[in-house]
Design a protein around this ligand. Structure first.
Ligand SMILES: Nc1ncnc2c1ncn2[C@@H]1O[C@H](COP(=O)(O)OP(=O)(O)OP(=O)(O)O)[C@@H](O)[C@H]1O
Ligand SMILES: [Mg+2]
Length: 468
């Protein structure tokens, strides 16, 4: 493996000369290989020049392999160590993994397996380093350690957030559901001079129309039937800080008018009150609606739209920034590993490719939920393609089909047939192979389903297959 024109380095530590030499033979074409025959030599070499990977025999003449591992990890906690074991010492290899070894291989070596493990270790390392580097970069610039992204679109957003954080301009964040609107609004607040004052959120869609005015502006005692106490509104609570008005497209025209007044005059009255209240609040709003469209339809005030749209931030959907997907996967694996004390290290190539080609209609939130779910269920250290939910797997099947037609590998009618088969099989699985339910899911009659199954050669015995 070569990165930035430099061959990656591997240190092989084994007391058997045969094992050392055969490992060198296998690896030397792709990597720079150094050899050590005992623990002392190994530690000396590592400290002289840190290798990318250490292949470490469990049994060494001068020190137990586990001790060597511990010593290495004490000084170099991120060092990748892969243990070499004989079949009878596999149990100890598992011990070693608890001490922080990346993986183990058993003697005699399976060449493909060895290459695979080393490659995977190096890719995981590269990704971690890239994430760390990006974090440091972002952190140096903005201190956003929980926001991941290296795509051009996200880099521009980071820049914009930094610029806008220093001002008190009103910001409108737009983007599909789950693209990170709330996360960005917090980043703006916590990087602004207002960061030591409150960040107050209100979700306009979650509050009934009759209560929203009092929620925003507060009310005086006795203002309406249930107003037994005076209540401060969110604008007042957010004094000197930031108010995040989420889903602003859901507000009624009447409430829109009140917010407009606040933006123009920086003051308001509590419901049922005559006293004018002045506050210093920075407003950030967000929506996944098309506000210009709503203004055309008369559902959103044009003057308010211009007032809140002083600085627009448009978050691109995840399908338009595929290069962020591996970083996000790594980020969430790390997050849920820590939260749930799971030892998941990564995701295999096939699974990663499926996730890269998936459309992510629910954007980052969907990806986050998927990783959480898969990690809760898996016993593997490396997430496998089979563990991904059907929509992710199937969509890329469909993409594959499209490619095959466009590149002339299969005919259009064959693709149509395949597509029909996929959908019918999915519906049958979802219906636990009860045909009448499957027909209902597909919105066709049972007779037509039966006809199509016969035509496609889908047999009744599929029923015996487990639901997946
Ligand atoms: N770039 C990112 N890096 C890390 N996590 C992210 C990123 N973008 C979004 N997330 C995470 O994805 C989830 C959804 O983000 P958020 O709630 O900010 O989206 P939203 O645009 O407000 O969604 P909605 O429109 O549905 O309210 C959150 O858990 C958030 O932390
Ligand atoms: Mg949101």
């Amino acid at each position: 493996m070569v990165a930035n024109g430099v061959m990656k380095s591997i240190l092989v530590v084994d007391d058997e000369v045969g094992a050392r030499e055969s490992l060198k033979m296998i690896l030397k074409g792709e990597y720079q290989v150094a050899l050590a025959k005992n623990a002392e030599e190994a530690l000396r070499q590592v400290h002289a020049q840190i290798p990318d990977v250490v292949l470490l025999d469990l049994i060494l003449p001068d020190m137990d392999g586990l001790r060597v591992l511990e010593k290495l990890k004490q000084t170099l906690p991120d060092q990748i160590v892969i243990m070499i074991t004989a079949t009878k010492t596999v149990k100890t290899a598992v011990e070693a993994m608890k001490l922080g070894a990346y993986d183990y291989i058993t003697k005699p070596f399976d060449v493909d397996e060895l290459r695979l493990i080393v490659n995977r270790a190096l890719s995981t390392k590269a990704l971690k380093e890239e994430n760390q580097r990006l974090w440091m970069e972002v952190d140096r610039n903005f201190g956003f350690d929980n926001i991941v992204g290296k795509s051009k679109g996200m880099k521009e957003i980071f820049k914009l957030v930094k610029q806008v954080a220093e001002t008190r301009s009103t910001v409108l964040i737009m983007g599909e559901s789950g693209t990170g609107k709330e996360l960005i609004s917090k980043a703006i607040h916590y990087h602004s001079p207002r960061k030591n004052h409150p960040f107050v959120t209100i979700n306009c869609a979650a509050i009934p129309e009759t209560l929203i005015e009092s929620e925003l502006f507060g009310h005086e005692k006795g203002a309406f039937t249930n107003a037994i106490e005076k209540k401060l509104g969110r604008f007042e609570v957010a004094h000197q800080g930031t108010l995040f008005l989420d889903e602003i497209g859901e507000l009624s025209l009447m409430t829109q008018a009140k917010i407009l007044r606040f933006l123009e005059e920086k003051e308001f009255n509590r419901v049922g009150g005559s006293k004018t209240i002045k506050v210093d609040v920075r407003l950030i709003t967000a929506t996944n609606k098309d506000l210009p469209q709503l203004t055309k339809k008369g559902q959103f005030r044009e003057d308010l739209y211009y007032r809140i749209n002083v600085v627009p931030i448009i978050l691109p959907p995840l399908r338009e920034r595929q290069e962020d997907i591996p970083l996000l996967i790594d980020h969430f694996i790390k997050k849920f590993s820590e939260e749930n004390q799971k030892n998941v290290k990564g995701i295999n190539k096939e699974a990663s490719e499926l996730m890269m080609s998936y459309e992510w209609p629910g954007n980052v939130r969907e990806l986050e939920n998927l990783i959480e779910r898969v990690m809760a269920l898996t016993n593997n250290e490396c997430i496998q393609a089979e563990e991904l939910p059907l929509p992710v797997v199937n969509q890329s099947k469909t993409n594959g089909l499209r490619e095959s037609v466009l590149s002339g590998q299969i005919s259009f009618s064959k693709a149509e047939e395949e597509f029909e088969r996929e959908i019918i099989m999915d519906a049958l699985r979802r219906a636990h192979f009860v045909q009448s339910h499957a027909a209902e899911i597909l919105g066709i009659s049972r007779r037509i389903l039966k006809y199509k199954m016969d035509k496609l050669g889908i047999q009744q015995q599929e029923r015996a297959k487990p639901f997946s």
